[in-house]
Design a protein around this ligand. Structure first.
Ligand code: FMN
Length: 373
């Protein structure tokens, strides 16, 4: 059980917000497998406040999604507060997470995402505005962050204290710096250090590839729960294994290729229901290589699936896969999704590191930032 303010989550597992991935279709697909909290892809505060259509299109919830959880991006306390108010009043959300971990240069260049916690005062102002807006609705606010900008500019312990003082219900820590992006290994010791530093629940994030990793993370760090990102790409059934693991069972679901194909079909179908067949199929394409990772399906098959434009075409292609092919167990426990290399230099606004407070600092708020964390 994970307690985030007024919200109780049966299994201490959170689907990480992932831009372009954790839309309503994917959240439903994962929820059909397990239990936990499934966070919507990131939306920008300014886009929401200004009624931007693209932002509104992302705020779609499945009819079975009773707990609506949304991640907001923002750098301006007033916009973030207003956006939190809109989410509570108009969208009936039950949880708001704030993104302070995005490593994308376009974002950090403006002082957003993972760069922002360096400005301790500004971070506090943003969190306080969000909490003040959400409190009348009894909606918990959490923040998600990284260790810091780089090893010489760590921010996570201060961020934890500020989150606690601002009334946040929890803090999620991805055990990497912005400079590391997705490379190397997540530092779970930092998660343990944060747990020791604050009284609010800490959610551990980074490199959970199997359910057993989640249990290990909780045991090693004392985290109140886990946030799973890349480990569920092309494997929504990991949420089944995670739910079992947290109830003391060891389950490793090893679907045959036929079962994976059925999951692919379900995923595509949900996307098409939400977005229409053309866009749904287009969105589905990016998931193909994750689903087929390690299976024998040949290059021609993968290429065709990567161009699929209708459910009928998808069915025809999936019928060509060998349904009996066993799950490629060599893939278990290995990284998937983006990894890349570390950044030599994190792009920051001019003079950013010279002042570590930034109270009242005015940053240009972006309405169309959808690149994620
Ligand atoms: C494709 C992709 C998109 C992401 N988008 C977001 C985002 O919008 N907000 C965010 O806080 N983190 C985002 N992340 C980061 C993840 O939430 C997570 O912190 C990170 O992947 C580390 O966890 P993992 O090792 O379980 O993947 C994204 C990650 C990926 C791979």
């Amino acid at each position: 059980m994970l307690t985030l303010g007024s919200l109780s989550v049966d299994v201490p597992v959170v689907l990480a917000p992932m831009a372009g991935i954790t839309n309503a279709a994917y959240r439903r697909l994962c929820a059909e497998q397990g239990a936990g909290l499934y966070v919507c892809e990131m939306i920008t505060s300014r886009g929401l406040v200004e009624g931007d259509q693209h932002t509104k299109d992302m705020l779609v919830f499945d009819e079975l999604e009773t707990v609506r959880s949304v991640q907001l991006y923002g750098t301006d306390p007033v916009y973030v507060g207003k956006a939190a108010e809109i989410l509570c009043a108009e969208y009936g959300v039950a949880h708001i997470d704030l993104n302070f971990g995005c490593p994308v240069p376009k974002v950090t260049r403006k002082g957003g995402g993972g760069a922002l916690p360096w400005k301790r005062g500004l971070l506090g102002e943003i969190l306080e505005h969000a909490v003040a807006a959400a409190t009348p609705y009894d909606v918990p606010v959490t923040m998600k962050t990284r260790k810091g900008i780089d090893d010489d500019h760590l921010t996570y312990l201060d961020a934890g204290r500020i989150a606690q003082e601002s009334g946040c219900a929890a803090i999620a820590l991805h055990g990497r710096t912005v400079a590391q992006a997705y490379s190397g290994e997540a530092d779970w010791d930092a998660i343990a250090a944060l747990v020791a530093h604050v009284d609010i629940p800490v959610l551990g994030n980074g490199d959970i590839w199997e359910a057993a990793d989640a249990i290990r993370m909780v045991e090693q760090t004392g985290a109140a729960g886990v946030v799973v990102g890349r480990g569920c790409l092309g494997r929504p059934w990991i949420f089944r294994d995670l739910a079992a693991a947290f109830s003391g069972e060891e389950v490793a679901t090893l679907p045959t290729l036929g079962e994976v194909a059925a999951m692919m079909r379900r995923h595509a179908e949900l996307l098409c229901q939400n977005m229409g067949e053309e866009r749904g199929c287009k969105e589905f394409r990016k998931h193909v290589s994750w689903y087929l990772k390690g299976f024998a399906a040949g290059g021609e098959m993968r290429r065709s699936l990567g161009l699929v434009d209708s459910l009928a075409a998808l069915d025809a292609l999936l019928a060509g896969l060998d349904p009996a092919e066993p799950f490629p167990v060599a893939e278990l426990g290995t990284p998937r999704g983006r990894q890349g290399s570390p950044r030599e230099r994190v792009v920051l606004p001019e003079g950013w590191l010279e002042d570590a407070d930034g109270s009242g600092y005015h940053l240009q708020e972006d309405a169309n930032e959808t690149t994620g964390g």
